[in-house]
Design a protein around this ligand. Structure first.
Ligand code: CP
Ligand code: NVA
Length: 304
């Protein structure tokens, strides 16, 4: 049994398999060809943080593949009244076939997985957002071909998205340029041992974007850090991705954002809505890559 708790739980070969299956599953969906390999399978989704895309994409995806899903929101389960995560894992995983969790510390999902009888998927933690990075890279590949050897510019907070991009750079062999303001840089432990071919750190966002194939950013304040919102607004003021920043990237550079976006903060409205932005395709691809992910975790390497 395999879990997907962080991107590096999967090898390059497994990620390439997922992308191959995503193509097949997406094509069938677009052509109204039913594909239901997960009849009678049940997904439970545990949310300790808010969500729009993650919830809709997993629930719709499971339904389209013939299965069903249950949403457990923190506030209306016994988890919210202090039931240990290990007990929830032992009970829920006797009743369903696969679990997705969105929570705070990565250790919470690791504790859940350690007590689960079924595969567990990370639907976002403070540290990682691997489903989103699968969708982002799949979207890049759809538009521009292989990401290997390319340069991705990450502008802003060194958060769960940024940490996952770094894992992706090492697995899929591309370069990640990170530009963050003082006090919000990548944790040194994450950078240690990563060579210059995969990671370069910048203080100037324009320097990080120069020559990039993809420019990407995220909210300045992630869920769980709301108390820091005002401090972050001033610290990140020079880190908005705008037309000037896109102009120093490659002329065919794409712009991505995992959404929800704040126009006029981390991204200007003209970039978000502009011709280089693929944010809506990126969001849609959550559906398709996660269907491939659930197929792989439940059925292994399918080739039909
Ligand atoms: N990008 C993303 O995970 O969106 P939600 O928070 O809406 O699920
Ligand atoms: N970094 C953001 C991503 C939201 C999808 C957060 O954790 O809130």
């Amino acid at each position: 049994m395999k879990h997907f708790l962080q991107l590096r739980d999967f090898s390059r070969d497994e990620i390439e398999h997922l992308f191959k299956r995503t193509r097949v599953i997406k094509d069938r969906f677009k052509n109204y060809i039913a594909y239901q390999p997960l009849v009678d399978r049940m997904l439970a989704m545990v949310f300790e943080k808010s969500s729009t895309r993650t919830r809709v994409s997993f629930e719709a995806g499971m339904f389209q593949m013939g299965g069903a899903s249950i949403v457990l929101n923190m506030g209306d389960t016994q988890l919210g009244r202090g039931e240990p995560i290990e007990d929830v894992a032992r009970v829920v995983s006797r009743m369903v076939d696969i679990v997705m969790i969105r929570t705070f510390e990565q250790t919470i999902i690791e504790r859940f997985a350690a007590h689960s009888r079924v595969p567990v998927i990370n639907g976002l933690t403070n540290e990682y957002h691997p489903c989103q990075i699968l969708a982002d890279i799949y979207t890049f590949v759809e538009h521009r071909g292989s990401i290997t050897g390319r340069t991705v510019a990450w502008i802003g907070d060194s958060n769960n998205m940024c940490n996952t991009w770094l894992q992706a750079a090492r697995i899929l062999d591309f370069k990640l340029n990170i530009a963050s303001p003082p006090g919000y840089e990548l944790e040194p432990a994450r950078a240690s041992g990563v060579d210059r071919a995969h990671l370069e750190l910048f203080s100037d966002p324009l320097a990080a974007s120069k020559g990039a194939d993809l420019v990407t950013t995220d909210v300045w304040t992630s869920m769980g850090f709301e108390a820091e919102t005002d401090d972050r607004k001033s610290a990140f003021a020079a880190f908005m991705v705008d037309a000037e920043m896109m102009a120093v990237a490659r002329p065919d550079a794409l712009f991505m954002h995992c959404l929800p976006a704040h126009r006029g903060e981390e991204v200007s409205a003209d970039v978000l809505e502009g011709p280089q932005s693929v944010v809506w395709e990126e969001a849609e691809n959550r559906l398709h890559v996660q269907k491939a992910l659930m197929e792989y975790l439940l059925l292994g390497k399918v080739d039909t």
